[in-house]
Structures are given as structure tokens and as C-alpha cells.
Design a protein around this ligand. Sequence first.
Ligand code: SF4
Ligand code: SF4
Length: 165
Amino acid sequence: MSKTIVDTFFETSEKLPKGMKEFLKWLQKNAPPNIDRLVHDLHDDLFEEIDCLDCANCCKTVGPAIKDIDIERLSKYMKIKPSKLIEQYMEIDDEQDYIFRSHPCPFLCSDNYCSVYEGRPKACREYPHTDRRRVMQLIQLHKKNIECCPVVFELFNRLKSTFKR
Ligand code: SF4
Ligand code: SF4
């Protein structure tokens, strides 16, 4: 069986080598006007190729920022009081957002399914943010996510190859 992008991601120890750091710096100053389209197309292609159920690294290692509206939705979905949800699963981070108290996420199942999928926070739905508009405004976030998410890792490697300088 051939190696998948997820396999390659987990086997790569230095996910953000020097050449990539330089490329991201260059891209920040030199991104073409169609950069959103290029990134969105790569995002779509990669989510066709990658099954998040083979990975779940975001749910295992980075927690979402949780807003009041997420607490409302999730507590309704779980049929518990918001205060109970907060008490059992959350704490407040330096930016005054609620986050899940433990990693991996308490709602991640052993088969990598999310046990609260329909009620999950907005940040979980939007991760890894590579289909957002004005993608270059989030370049620092993407840089961070290259080290967490095989999609972002592969996306920027492919993008780098298309801009051979
Ligand atoms: S880290 Fe990326 S590829 Fe892995 S589960 Fe999360 S979104 Fe999917
Ligand atoms: S709520 Fe679900 S999608 Fe969000 S981090 Fe937890 S397991 Fe992952």
C-alpha cells in the first residue's frame, strides 16, 4: 500500500524546515492576486484525498476556542446545562476564551469520530481555515497549523512547488 499524506506528515520530524519558513515570508510579500483561489483549490483537492478519521491530530493536540454561542449549542446538543458543561469540560485561556480542559478533546472517540459532531464548536467546523477568504491575512495561523494538520502541511508544500523561485 502506498504512503498517504497523513503517513508522510507523521513521519516528518521537521515539518517547518528553513526553505518553508523562507517561502512563507516571501509569499507574505509577493502573493499573487489569485492566491485565495489557488489555496481554496488545493484545500478542496486535499480534503478529497485525506480522510480526517485517519488523523484527528487537531482534536488530539489543539483545542478550539469556544465562544458563548458554542456553549449554548453544545449544551443543547448534550442536553445538559451550560454551567454543567463548563464545569465538567472547560477552562479559560490567556485570551479569555473557554477551551477544553484536556487533550485529546474529551469528545474524541477512540475511532477518531467526534461524539458531539452536530453540536461541535464553530472553530472545529472551520479548522484548518484554508478555505477562508483573504487567506493571506491568516498566514501566521497557517504557519502554526503546518505543524499540526496534514492538509495544511501538504497544501503549503504543493503551493511552494508551484512558486519555484
Ligand atoms: S489535523 Fe487536519 S487532516 Fe487531521 S483531522 Fe484535523 S483537519 Fe483533518
Ligand atoms: S469537539 Fe469534536 S471536532 Fe471539536 S475538538 Fe472535540 S472531538 Fe474534535
